[in-house]
Write a protein that binds this ligand. Structure first.
Ligand code: FMN
Length: 241
């Protein structure tokens, strides 16, 4: 009888420990995941990107970005939007990469270009994840929409993208296979949901034949709205200001 009581006590302790571990895992990974998928972040766009233009001499900088917003069919379906994407007060949706690209572009005073695809991704986050997995298994490039920028006018390209499946979204690799990269230096800002830059920089390096330079700036998706000081410091460091 005494032994059985002891065994029960041990079991309760083990269960309690398991419960605490499960709670910690949920707080560390589950909550950010839920937030990313189901919670829309409100942001004051103008304030978030209000950088002071830096003096870069005769450097010509193009900031290029790809984001789910503008490439998904969710403009009419805002409630279905999962947040890794942001919403300004007036209801306009802004993707994380778009916000980071505006920050960088306001610092450099260069030009801004959004990579857009002919096809639209689903409004559902999970369906987009599946679609991207399918794309990664297929050869060939994606059809891009709109006119490509004349990259011969620039010496530096800052590319901002969300890490998708540990690599660059197919739209980004398709873009870099279609533009002139002669004598260009490419810098990367990668936004992610926890994996960091993963293989994306190395994969971009292959696509661009080795023109991507360190350091890469990684921005966790939850931190994007407050990333301006980090972006500013990173750009100052790139151009040795
Ligand atoms: C298709 C897809 C795949 C993703 N894969 C990853 C990943 O491998 N690692 C990661 O940390 N986050 C991943 N994420 C999360 C995004 O990188 C992250 O939320 C990013 O900030 C979204 O930027 P955006 O609003 O510009 O699209 C993925 C998101 C999507 C939609």
């Amino acid at each position: 009888m005494e032994k059985s009581k002891k065994n029960h006590k041990k079991l309760y302790i083990v269960l309690a420990v398991l419960l605490v571990v499960a709670a910690l895992v949920f707080i560390r990974s589950g909550l950010p995941y839920l937030q990313r998928h189901y919670h829309i972040v409100h942001v004051n766009e103008k304030e978030a990107v209000a950088a002071k233009k830096m003096e870069l001499g005769d450097r010509k900088v193009l900031t290029v970005y790809f984001t789910r917003v503008g490439n998904s069919g969710f403009e009419d379906d805002v409630d279905a939007v999962a947040s890794a994407s942001l919403m300004e007060e007036n209801g306009k949706l802004i993707g994380n990469s778009g916000l980071l690209a505006q920050m960088a572009n306001n610092c450099t005073g260069g030009d801004l270009y959004a990579i857009t695809t002919e096809k639209k991704y689903p409004s559902s986050y999970n369906d987009t994840v599946s679609e991207s997995a399918k794309e990664n298994k297929q050869d060939g490039q994606l059809e891009l929409a709109g006119e490509l920028p004349d990259t011969s006018k620039y010496d530096t390209i800052i590319v901002v993208y969300p890490v998708w499946w540990g690599t660059i979204p197919k739209a980004v690799s398709s873009f870099f296979q279609q533009v002139d990269l002669q004598s260009k230096t490419i810098y990367v800002i990668a936004t992610h949901g926890g994996s960091g830059v993963a293989n994306s920089k190395n994969d971009l390096q292959k696509v661009t034949n080795g023109t991507v330079e360190e350091p890469v700036l990684e921005v966790y998706d939850k931190d994007v709205t407050k990333a301006l000081p980090e972006v500013t410091e990173w750009i100052e460091n790139l151009f040795k200001l």
